[in-house]
Design a protein around this ligand. Structure first.
Ligand code: SF4
Length: 181
């Protein structure tokens, strides 16, 4: 019987998808990655729910609403190793600029008083996840095992970290691989 391959899951929370795009920037190494691992829930394969234990969970984005909290807690519960990638996951990043003003003021400016708003209304569909009072970095909500900085972390940084983790080694941060562009 073939040995079980390690399972990887990724999720996108309050971020811009740039970290996932950077992961796809590993280019042809994606073929090697598919040989090395099986993918579970991820925007890459569009699997919506975690199907069981996962070896490495990768989180992009900060925690801005109740759905983010739920997803992050579920990843923590199911993933042996949880890795936060990119400044949004590590610090809240650009979405956390809203932390400078009360949430009610943000909503009013965006949906009622903004210069381009006509007949505005603050969205209140019950299907929408409730916004949190502020945007939180992931480690303030669950324990994070490894953090990869960058905006986004480079494809080479992500590849080096992933292959290290899959070999049972700690990821090493190489200054030349960390970028903020
Ligand atoms: S860290 Fe940068 S690239 Fe990644 S989700 Fe945030 S803004 Fe986008």
């Amino acid at each position: 019987m073939a040995a079980r391959k390690p399972r990887i899951a990724t999720c996108h929370m309050a971020g811009c998808f740039g970290c996932h795009m950077s992961l796809l920037d590993i280019d042809e190494r994606i073929l090697k990655l598919i040989e090395l691992v099986d993918f579970d829930k991820s925007p890459i394969d569009d699997i919506k729910e975690l199907s069981g234990p996962v070896d490495v969970g990768i989180i992009e984005g900060g925690v801005a609403n109740e759905e983010n909290v739920e997803v992050l807690r579920s990843f923590r519960e199911h993933c042996t190793t949880l890795v936060a990638i990119g400044e949004c996951a590590l610090t809240g990043g650009v979405p956390s600029m809203r932390n400078l003003v009360p949430l009610s003021e943000c909503l009013e400016e965006a949906y009622l008083h903004g210069p381009t708003v006509v007949d505005g209304v603050i969205p209140n569909d019950p299907e929408l996840p409730l916004l949190l009072d502020r945007v939180y970095p992931c480690h303030e909500v669950v324990k994070i095992d490894w953090m990869l900085p960058g905006c986004p972390p480079s494809a080479d940084e992500l590849w080096a970290a992933l292959t290290a983790l899959l070999s049972g080694k700690p990821p090493e941060l190489t200054p030349g691989l960390i970028r903020y562009d």
